[in-house]
Write a protein that binds this ligand. Structure first.
Ligand code: 13P
Length: 249
């Protein structure tokens, strides 16, 4: 049985004191969960969040990584930097980064490899646009994104990766994918992984759903056969709401 992994993506929200207050407030509410809980916070909040999360079941992740280890890359943060302060996870290839910061599948692949090199678990986002779904291209798009993202990863590395299926039209819109559609798309990703790595790996890899997850739809989504938890944006900013999502299953 795969465990459920619930991750919050705060995006560009919360100052360090707000991050500390959030973690102090939510920690007692989720202390009995068997689900894995991750908070992906802005760079500036990482150290404070790691301190505040000590002794809790909350793990801390970043939202981006540069693929080089060091050098003349003004404004960038490397895997070795993240690792050095105790970060465990990093989101790679979020659609907002693909859209606003021109991240290609090739860059996403390099970032995943950089994360793994520094023992960070990448949470890799894939997902189609509304137009692609309407044109019947959703499966093709997510198959291709998955394949290109994971290119060159060996069997030892692949199970350190978490995939997040995030249909772009469902992000921040309040328009959640139906449980059936989300589960189907995740099966497409799992099949793609089976083709590359075999059934054993495909059955073990964690694949989340993301896109307008709320406390009111989390239980139904997370109970679907292939949905192994969620990557939560807006609803992860409110301690009560995020705790209810974590405790939904
Ligand atoms: P929302 O939950 O706000 O739709 O955002 C989803 C997301 O982009 C998480 O990475």
């Amino acid at each position: 049985m795969r465990k459920k992994v619930i991750a919050g993506n705060w995006k560009m929200n919360k100052l360090p004191n707000e991050a500390i207050n959030f973690i102090e407030e939510i920690a007692p509410k989720i202390k009995n969960t068997e689900n894995e809980v991750i908070l992906c916070v802005p760079y500036i909040d990482l150290f404070y969040s790691l301190m505040a999360a000590q002794g809790t079941n909350i793990k801390i992740g970043a939202q981006n990584i540069h693929f080089e280890e060091k050098g003349a890359y003004t404004g960038e943060i490397s895997g070795s930097m993240l690792k050095s302060i105790g970060v465990q996870y990093v989101i790679v290839g979020h659609s907002e980064r693909r859209q606003y910061f021109a991240e290609t599948d090739e860059i996403v692949n390099k970032k995943i490899k950089a994360a793994l090199k520094y023992e960070l678990n990448p949470i890799v986002c894939v997902g189609e646009t509304k137009q692609q779904r309407e044109q019947g291209l959703a499966s093709k798009v997510i198959e291709e994104q998955t394949k290109k993202a994971l290119e060159g990863l060996d069997e030892e590395d692949i199970l350190k990766v978490i995939i997040a299926y995030e249909p772009i039209w469902a992000i921040g819109t309040g328009e959640t994918a139906t449980v059936e559609d989300a589960n189907e798309s995740i099966k497409v990703i799992r099949n793609q992984i089976e083709q590359i790595y075999g059934k054993g790996v495909a059955e073990k890899i964690i694949i989340q759903y993301g896109g307008s997850v709320k406390s009111t739809n989390a239980k139904e989504l997370f109970n679907a056969s292939d949905i192994d938890g969620g990557l939560v944006g807006g609803a992860s900013l409110i301690p009560e709401e995020f705790a209810n999502i974590i405790n939904a299953v």
